[in-house]
Design a protein around this ligand. Structure first.
Ligand SMILES: Nc1ncnc2c1ncn2[C@@H]1O[C@H](COP(=O)(O)OP(=O)(O)OP(=O)(O)O)[C@@H](O)[C@H]1O
Ligand SMILES: [Mg+2]
Length: 360
């Protein structure tokens, strides 16, 4: 059977990757198990770039390794392209894995093989005849812009070029799913940008479904359509990237986002702000707004309605996937109850209010 046999046609609207209540426990020291995955359910739609973000130890790698069963879940269902992988024979699973390419943080290239030799490797294992293999290697090296480097060895390549080889190798068997575990974490920001651009371009050209793991919200913001935020083996929240950035619901997500797009105000600036009047409170707030709301009007309206003072410390406009959103740092003065009411009113209008971060 050829390595390029198309998979069974998925049902319309069936997710490309559907994880149901995945649990993965590792035996720990002293008999206390590590719950690397503690009941994760996710559905990734065909053609999506879906990000999973979380701190070290959140369970991201365990999760992505469950998608091709490099890691077997303790319980749960792993449905890929319409099939429950856990029900397949070893032989069938080997064949299905060719539809799932994987890219690694440290590239995992074979140093004794040339670029072409590395890319050919999965095709050799799949038993693809030499002529077909060579043509395919040329083709995928072209896709990642490395045709000129076919005869180079990994040691002669930059980090970005090595990752291009990693991507070409993953794509060689013509998969419909690409898994990326921290694929840009070993790269500088400019090379990260190039590689993310390449992944998006390949998704568009080859109709790939991409599941991408990162600990950086900046990566999610740049490339993902949807995102899930993980902590301690659980998904805290998920949604369209724009929605999760502009309306985060979990404190962990808020802190991730604050580090990426959030305002921070120098301590000196904060120290120079007037003190609250007796019986009143001073709060430093970040207001994040999406869509057409004119915040200036909203802010003066809030002052009038609630009898509070709102000073704009700074403001700026940013963009996610072409959609603009605004960020404003405010100092709010007034009775606590009125500040609470104003915050609730902002939230009702679709603005997101978080405490403002101070920096040195
Ligand atoms: N093979 C294993 N044996 C024992 N414990 C493991 C194993 N693999 C992972 N774990 C534990 O499971 C938890 C989740 O690990 P995982 O590697 O999935 O996290 P991660 O989110 O990918 O972290 P990082 O960002 O550091 O890569 C951690 O507590 C880890 O120590
Ligand atoms: Mg990991």
């Amino acid at each position: 059977m050829s390595a390029f046999t198309p998979g069974p046609a998925s049902q319309p609207h069936e997710p490309a990757i559907h994880l149901l209540n995945l649990i993965r426990h590792f035996p720990g020291r002293g008999g206390v198990a590590t719950k690397a995955l503690d009941g994760v359910s996710l559905a990734v739609q065909p053609g999506e770039i879906f990000g999973i973000v979380g701190r070290s130890g959140a369970g991201k790698s365990t999760l992505i390794r469950c998608v091709n069963l490099l890691e077997r879940p303790t319980s749960g269902e792993v449905r890929v392209l319409g099939e429950d992988l856990l029900l397949l024979s070893d032989r069938a699973l080997r064949e299905r894995r060719r539809r799932i390419g994987m890219v690694f943080q440290h590239f995992n290239l074979l140093s004794s093989r040339t670029v072409a030799g590395n890319v050919a490797f999965p095709l050799e294992i799949a038993g693809v005849p030499q002529a077909e293999r060579e043509a395919r290697v040329q083709e995928v090296l072209g896709l990642v812009g490395l045709s000129q480097k076919a005869d180079a060895y990994p040691a002669q390549l930059s980090g970005g070029q090595k990752q291009r080889v990693g991507i070409a190798r993953a794509l060689a068997p013509n998969p419909s799913i690409l898994l990326c575990d921290e694929a840009t974490s070993a790269l500088d920001p400019e090379t990260t940008h190039d590689i993310l651009g390449l992944i998006r371009q390949l998704r568009d050209k080859l109709d790939l479904t991409v599941l991408l793991i990162t600990h950086e919200m900046a990566v999610v913001k740049e490339i993902c359509d949807r995102v899930a935020v993980m902590e301690a083996g659980k998904v805290l929240e998920e949604g369209r990237v724009f929605d999760v950035f502009t309306r985060p619901t979990h404190p962990t997500t808020r802190s991730f986002i604050a580090g990426t797009i959030g305002h921070s105000v120098p301590r000196g600036t904060v120290a120079r702000l007037p003190a609250a009047r007796p019986g009143e409170e001073k709060r430093l707030l970040q207001v994040l707004f999406a869509g057409p709301n004119s915040t200036r009007a909203v802010i003066s309206e809030a002052s009038r309605r609630f009898g509070i003072d709102l000073d704009i410390i700074s403001g700026r406009i940013d963009e996610i996937a072409g959609e603009p959103f605004g960020l404003m740092a405010l100092a709010a003065y007034g009775p606590s109850a009125k500040l609470d009411e104003a915050t609730a009113w902002f939230e009702e209008l679709g603005l997101t209010v978080t405490p403002l971060a101070e920096v040195n």
